[in-house]
Design a protein around this ligand. Structure first.
Ligand SMILES: *Cc1c(COP(=O)(O)O)cnc(C)c1O
Length: 362
């Protein structure tokens, strides 16, 4: 079983070093990092690297992942990232220390459930500063709810306020947007007469402000996943130098099951492919083709996986097969050879979630 493919190899020490780098940079600016494990499907061995790398807490959008990681023995404060469903309130109180929230009715349910379980549950209220996913749009309503939590909900602790950007609305965490969040926090602090524990300024994209050294001083909490897991987006899209980090934590490996020379255009009358599409097939003559025992079921989309051999072109995939053109490769591929791919955030989620893909820690 251990020799089987496809597999995703995860370099745990590189993952830990990435966490250490991010935690170190944030610590210089007084910021606690909660490591976000949802990108890697909450694999407990990965979560442990976030913890060992110095993350103050562990965060996920999924309670199942938090439950598994807790059971594995990663002993840290846990934060639920996705605003809770009413139907999961009992488990939120049971499994997490903090949750992000935006609805009064959910807060009331959390308070009631926390009382039932004899706990104090910490909440961070989310402000929508323009990205248009979760959070209060009306900041007066938000302040009213904050005061209600503080004064009337005995089993909740108002731990802070937060925001999320760059997920739906592709909003950038500019200094102005983060100052807007600080102003929202300070307005609430004035109303409740004390300082909040956390002002949570976002995820990986807000780490750009840490790297630039211009994150507003009162932001003291970030929830970071991608840059620790992959260290890819900030260098690829925004040109940041992340050469001190590892971009090779994850390697996807698949096995060659056929090698043949075939035409570049299907032969005969064309209808639709396995997914109802009729792709373009450029005429390039006879080509050397490799078939892999791995398909869309394993990684999602061919746009999201990147062969490490620059001589490989991915021609397409069906559910369980991937077709490569290796004519320009220096490697003479044979049946049984292993082909390696770099993966991005979209495919790491698939690959780590897929029971066909073995997880191997290196
Ligand atoms: C996923 C998520 C994050 C982490 O995002 P990254 O870009 O992976 O750092 C932070 N906050 C919330 C609310 C999230 O859903």
């Amino acid at each position: 079983m251990n020799t089987r493919y496809p597999r995703v190899e995860i370099n745990l020490s590189h993952l830990k070093e990435n966490a250490e780098f991010v935690v170190g940079k944030c610590a210089e600016q007084g910021i606690d990092v909660f490591g976000v494990i949802k990108g890697t499907t909450g694999i407990p061995e990965c979560a442990r690297q976030f913890a060992d790398g110095g993350c103050k807490g562990i965060a996920s959008s999924r309670l199942e992942q938090i439950e598994d990681t807790r059971a594995f023995g990663v002993d840290k404060p846990y934060l639920l990232l996705r605003v809770p469903m009413l139907s999961e309130v009992e488990d939120v109180v049971r499994l997490t220390d903090y949750s992000l929230n935006s609805e009064l009715v959910v807060l009331e349910a959390l308070n009631k459930e926390a009382a039932r379980q004899g706990k104090i549950h910490k909440v961070i209220l989310m402000a929508d500063v323009g990205d248009l996913r979760e959070g209060f749009w009306d900041k007066d309503e938000m302040a009213d709810v904050a005061v209600k939590v503080e004064k009337e909900m005995d089993n909740l602790e108002l731990a802070g306020v937060g925001t999320n950007v760059g997920c739906y609305g592709s909003l950038l965490p500019t200094v102005e947007k983060l100052e807007e969040l600080v102003a929202i926090a300070e307005n609430i602090e004035a109303k409740i007469g004390r300082k909040l524990e956390y002002i949570s300024g976002g995820g990986t994209s807000s780490f750009m402000r840490v790297l630039d050294g211009n994150i507003p001083e009162r932001i003291n909490h970030l929830r970071i996943g991608e840059v620790i897991l992959l260290a890819l987006d900030l260098s690829l899209y925004y040109g940041y130098d992340l050469s001190a980090m590892h971009q090779d934590v994850y390697t996807l490996k698949a096995e060659v099951i056929e090698v043949k020379t075939k035409p570049s255009v299907p032969v005969g009358e064309l209808g639709v492919d396995a997914f109802g599409h009729t792709p373009e097939y450029p005429e390039k003559g006879m080509r050397r083709k490799v078939l892999l025992g791995m398909g869309k079921v394993d990684f999602g989309s061919i746009e999201e996986i990147f062969p490490r051999d620059p001589g490989i072109e991915i021609l397409g995939a069906s559910s369980d097969h991937t077709i490569l053109d290796v004519t320009d490769s220096k490697v003479d591929y044979k049946v049984g050879d292993i082909v390696e791919f770099t993966i991005n955030y979209a495919s790491i989620v698939y690959v780590t979630n897929c029971r066909n893909v073995r997880r191997v820690f290196v």
